[in-house]
Ligand binder design. Structure first.
Ligand code: PGA
Length: 249
């Protein structure tokens, strides 16, 4: 059975005080599923969150990082810096990074390598825009995003990879892909993996769905055979909602 994962992407929300309040709320929740739980606060709160959650089942992860080891990259954060504050997993390729910060396929492949070289795990995001779906190109777009970002990796690296399909038109819009649309894309992703690598990789790599997952729709989405969990934005900012999603398995 594949790992089940629910990760909360806090985006640019919650200062230190608000982070404390949300973490205290998260600690009060009851976990009834076997899903791994992760939260991604902003950089400034990672060390604090790590310390607060160190003895719990909630892993603190990062929303992004730079590919360089160190040097003259004003405003950026390296894999080593994340490691040094207890962070072992990083989200890469989120559509907001691609769209607002011009992250290219080439940069993302370098980021993936830098994370893996530093023994970190990666949640690699990708997904089509509305126009791609309307024109029927969604599978082609997704295939090229995952090929460019991940398919240079040797087979043994895939243990550190989690994929996250996030159709751009469903992020923060309240519009969710139907469970059938999610399943269809996840099965397609697995078939692309299957064609490039030995079968074990496609079978064991978790593929998360992201885009307006809420307590009310999580159970149906997670019930699909190729959906192994969710990357949650808005609903991750309320402890009760987030844990209702964690417990939807
Ligand atoms: P959303 O965001 O749940 O608010 O749609 C998902 C994401 O961006 O990962």
């Amino acid at each position: 059975m594949r790992r089940q994962i629910v990760a909360g992407n806090w985006k640019m929300n919650n200062n230190l005080t608000e982070t404390d309040i949300l973490i205290a709320d998260l600690k009060r929740q009851n976990k009834t599923s076997n899903a791994e739980v992760k939260i991604a606060p902003t950089y400034t709160n990672l060390w604090h969150a790590y310390q607060a959650l160190r003895l719990t089942e909630i892993e603190v992860i990062a929303q992004n990082m730079h590919f360089a080891e160190k040097g003259a990259y004003t405003g950026e954060v390296s894999a080593d810096m994340l490691q040094s504050v207890g962070v072992k997993t990083v989200i890469l390729g989120h559509s907001e990074r691609r769209a607002y910060f011009n992250e290219t396929a080439e940069m993302l492949a370098k980021k993936v390598d830098a994370a893996l070289d530093n023994d970190m795990n990666v949640i690699f995001c990708f997904g089509e825009e509305l126009d791609d779906r309307k024109s029927g190109n969604h599978q082609q777009v997704v295939e090229s995003q995952i090929r460019n970002g991940l398919f240079h990796l040797e087979e043994d690296k895939w243990d550190s990879i989690v994929m996250a399909y996030e159709p751009v038109w469903a992020i923060g819009t309240g519009e969710t892909a139907t469970p059938e649309q999610a399943q269809e894309m996840h099965a397609f992703i697995r078939s692309v993996l299957q064609s490039a690598y030995k079968p074990g990789i496609a079978e064991k790599t978790p593929i998360l769905y992201g885009g307006s997952v809420k307590p009310g729709n999580a159970e149906e989405i997670f019930s699909k055979p190729d959906v192994d969990g969710g990357l949650i934005g808005g609903a991750a900012l309320k402890a009760e909602d987030f844990f209702a999603i964690v417990n939807a398995f």
